[in-house]
Design a protein around this ligand. Structure first.
Ligand SMILES: [Zn+2]
Length: 758
């Protein structure tokens, strides 16, 4: 038995130990998770297996040999720090390895020993980095997403923006490859054909991707991806994931177990007949330098997927490798060098564009003026002073023109503009701690100042909005508030409107009832999260246990434990739904608030990994654990027959603070300085604007997170004499709460900003 020669540290799963780390593929672990979560999956796998058997029985002449399939690939780089943001060149080096290995063009295939030389096989599959995206627009086939997640594990969190990752492109037409930090010593994992479309693809740890840069020996020859793409094309591990197991391929020898490192030639199996093992097969666990072949039987198994009725036959009509004939949409619109009568418009150049059409108008007009430019900028002259303008750009390529982009805005300097007074504003969505204030737009307004206070108070709290409503939070329950609104046109505020009023509701958040009516056969017998562990009997179908509050930190992953209790001698399939009211609004139905959804017939302790979102509100909120017999819960408010529901308190820290008095004081200072910072929350950009020429000369603007990490820093030149506004591109910032700090001369102002990508 070879394993006894391995250093002890490796047996303990030490993630890094020079070249001695053992190959570890997460595919089967991931596969078992999927089978547990999706009871219908096994029958889909059976169908694929039956179709594969049928294909294998065809005469060779009907197996369509000689036709090379080309698979469009999109690589989603999800990185935490620059080291993980691997280069385009490194990604291309991985695609090049796949194109050698799947075409038997890898030079090391000459090392295949003579007993297997007749079996080494050209799979006749090529891979390309996608040239057009699912909407037909040009692409590099690479997406890049910054994340705060430090290790994604094998639970598919990397495949959704809600969990810090990036959603798949249409997996029927693209091979999605995610490159991220997986952790736990896992090099990569893949989803076999037959799983859910949203998670279909291959996940690779950035340390084992491609040939250079971050790739670490002995897994620096790109073979981890060859192995994982083999799984994606329905290949099993060559030892069948069992002692002398079957890999469902007839021409590979039976292996007794996985091989590691670089086995000596002629290494024999201990299985019946002691065959020589095919340790150089990509589906073994040997080092990159010691695997260099697929067998003919494996090729047949992979190519069955592309035959009529095969589960990847849709790739035969995929167009992702074709050069896009569409013209990209211009983005990054920005106006600069703004004077009383002129401005320079700029935007990000579109690949393949030969010219651009620009249309612009005063924001109060309905008629555009259209001009063209051969480059990605244009100087407008003859404008009206003190006037807000909007503009948008369309690119023209050989194949035609794009649509017009979303609008950019700017306001010429000089002049005086008087702003209308809004009609009396109204309120909606009044809760114990917040309300939404609404008003009718004022012509020419670029933003609005909103002020509000309790009826008894003498000073107002203020906020701003660029739309015609604003949600205010941090209010006191059962209290009367008054509010009014003024419009801001070209940086000058008009008069405040008449007052509106509302009264907040009483402070206790009530949650809907939910319970099981019978606990004869089953109940929840254990729940654990962080410092909370509670074991119990049936609790009469529902309990709100406040004995222990679970303390958790936003942005952190936790093991959430839960377990079914059964009457003696009985088990049944139980459906688990666990909800957390992360935004504290009294319901469990908001996006991301269902944290566990699965079924299991196990009586032992089950566990799911949850990550508290950075956008969760701080403070105590509710977690609901629901266990229902035999069928899925229809809602978080369901009363069902067999099972139990348990509610708990969890206390979140490090999330989004509710806007309290401190933030509002700073807000008042900002208003007194005539400074607008909007929108808030922001997604793709933040605009900082102040109607005072030269105010920003030499200013510095920092965006700092709550841990003090500086994410963005903008310094404005002393000589930038016409500067009134600054736009910061926040596309790549993770969701969460930030402090914006502005230094200008002796002034220092700060404002809390929430980044929330939809
Ligand atoms: Zn594997």
């Amino acid at each position: 038995m070879k394993l006894k020669f391995l250093p002890i540290l490796m047996l303990l799963g030490a993630p890094f130990f020079g070249s001695a780390q053992q190959r570890n593929c997460g595919t089967m672990e991931h596969h078992q998770q999927l089978l547990q979560q999706d009871p219908a999956m096994q029958s889909r796998l059976n169908q694929i297996e039956a179709q594969t058997r049928q294909f294998e029985r065809l005469p060779n002449s009907e197996k369509i040999t000689g036709v090379v399939y080309t698979i469009p690939v999109v690589v989603h780089v999800v990185y935490n720090g620059t080291a993980q943001n691997i280069s385009d060149a490194q990604i291309q080096s991985q695609i090049d390895v796949l194109n050698k290995d799947f075409r038997l063009l890898n030079p090391d295939n000459v090392n295949v020993p003579s007993i297997f030389a007749g079996l080494k096989s050209d799979v006749e599959i090529n891979f390309c980095l996608a040239k057009q995206d699912p909407t037909g627009l040009p692409t590099t086939g690479i997406t890049r997403t910054s994340t705060t997640v430090t290790a994604f594990g094998t639970n598919d969190a990397v495949k959704s923006a809600a969990t810090g990752g990036k959603a798949a492109w249409n997996s029927a037409k693209y091979l999605n490859m995610w490159c991220c930090a997986i952790g736990g010593g896992i090099l990569g994992y893949a989803q076999f054909p037959g799983g859910a479309a949203a998670t279909d693809g291959v996940v690779m740890d950035y340390q084992y991707f491609g040939l250079s840069g971050s790739a670490a020996a002995p897994y620096n020859l790109g073979r981890t991806a060859t192995h994982e793409v083999g799984h994606w094309l329905n290949l099993r591990h060559i030892w069948g994931d069992a002692t002398c197991g079957s890999d469902l391929v007839t021409d590979t020898p039976t292996h007794n177990a996985a091989n590691y490192g670089c086995p000596a030639a002629g290494h024999k199996s201990t299985c019946t007949g002691t065959p020589v093992e095919m340790t150089m097969n990509y589906m073994d666990y040997t080092d990159d330098a010691c695997m260099y072949m697929f067998s003919a039987g494996q090729t047949t198994r992979m190519r069955a997927l592309f035959a009529t009725g095969g589960s990847r036959a849709g790739f035969l009509t995929a167009t992702g490798c074709n050069t896009s004939t569409s013209c990209g949409l211009p983005s990054g619109l920005l106006a600069s060098s703004i004077t009383n009568t002129s401005a320079t418009l700029g935007w990000t150049a579109v690949s393949g564009a030969t010219s651009y059409s620009i249309q612009y108008r005063p924001s109060t007009s309905t008629t555009f003026t259209t001009v063209t430019s051969a480059t990605n900028s244009y100087s407008l002259t003859g404008l009206t002073l003190g006037t807000a303008y909007v503009f948008q750009v369309s690119a023209t390529c050989a194949s035609g023109s794009s649509a017009y982009s979303s609008q950019g805005t700017f306001t010429t300097t000089g002049g005086t503009v008087t702003c209308g007074t809004p009609a009396t504003p109204t309120s909606s969505a009044v809760s114990a701690t917040g309300a939404t204030i609404n008003w009718v737009a004022v012509a020419g307004a670029s933003s609005y100042n909103i002020r509000y206070k309790t009826s008894a108070a003498t000073t107002y709290l203020t906020t701003t909005s660029t739309s015609t409503s604003v949600a205010i939070t941090g209010l006191t329950a059962a209290t009367s508030y008054v509010f009014n609104v003024q419009a801001v046109c070209s940086g000058t505020a008009g008069a405040f409107s008449s007052q509106g009023s509302f009264t907040t509701s009483s402070g206790t958040t009530t949650y809907c009832a939910s319970k099981g009516t019978s606990q004869t056969d089953e109940w929840i017998d254990r729940v654990s999260l962080s410092n909370l562990t509670r074991t119990s009997t049936a609790d009469a179908g529902y309990i709100y246990s406040t004995t222990t509050t679970a303390n958790v930190t936003a942005g952190t992953a936790y093991a959430l434990g839960y377990s079914a209790g059964f009457r003696s001698g009985y088990t049944a399939t139980e459906f688990w739904r666990i909800y957390i009211d992360y935004n504290k609004n009294g319901v469990f139905t908001d996006a991301g608030e269902t944290v566990v959804s699965r079924s299991s017939a196990s009586a032992s302790n089950l566990s799911s990994t949850i990550t508290i979102p950075t956008t969760a509100k701080n403070g105590v909120t509710r977690m609901r654990v629901s266990m229902k017999w035999n069928s899925a819960q229809t809602s978080s408010c369901e009363t069902f027959s067999y099972g139990e529901v348990e509610d708990y308190n969890i206390n979140i820290s490090g999330g989004v603070a509710r806007e309290g008095a401190d933030a509002m004081v700073v807000e008042e200072e900002i208003q007194a300085n005539g400074l607008n910072i909007y929108p808030n929350p922001a997604s793709d950009k933040i605009t900082i604007r102040r109607n005072e020429i030269g105010w920003m000369n030499g200013a510095s603007v920092l965006l700092v997170d709550m841990q003090g990490k500086v994410w963005m820093k903008e310094a404005i030149s002393e000589n930038d004499s016409n500067r009134e506004s600054l736009e910061m591109n926040t596309n790549n910032l993770p969701n969460g709460l930030y402090n914006m700090v502005i230094f200008s001369g002796s002034e220092r102002v700060s404002k809390k900003i929430v980044i929330l990508h939809p």
